[in-house]
Design a binder for this molecule. Sequence first.
Ligand code: SF4
Ligand code: SF4
Length: 140
Amino acid sequence: MAKNKMTATKKISLRFPRHLVSRPVVYHLIKDFNLELNILKANITSEEGHMVLELKGERADFDKGIEYLTQSGLIIDTLCREVTRNEERCTDCGACVTVCPSSSFTVDPVTREVRFEEDKCVVCGMCILSCPSRSMELHF
Ligand code: SF4
Ligand code: SF4
């Protein structure tokens, strides 16, 4: 069964040291790493900057974007935890459906495909323990 490439959505908190305040990092994240970006909070002065961003994109692009930020000297205060599914590994066995306390998984009544809704996930980790094919992954 063909499945989409793995995507990631994460909230990150960035601090800019004084010498990086004027650097266009947001522009580079969008242009060079194909990431969708939502600025949730920004407080930038001539002395320092603090931004909370929601980033969305393919997993590989996301990882490259984070690498770019850290190599640029920005300080990533928090990377919120999240659980993602490796779609290529999932066999639609259904083991995760009954253990999930937030009903993040549903079974398509026709195809029997197991859908995963990341937005509902409360990052309890139960599916990671129960998945026989190790499709569910915890990220920071
Ligand atoms: S981590 Fe917990 S809440 Fe999230 S999908 Fe897995 S079982 Fe459901
Ligand atoms: S337990 Fe793992 S392999 Fe089975 S449906 Fe859930 S994510 Fe897919």
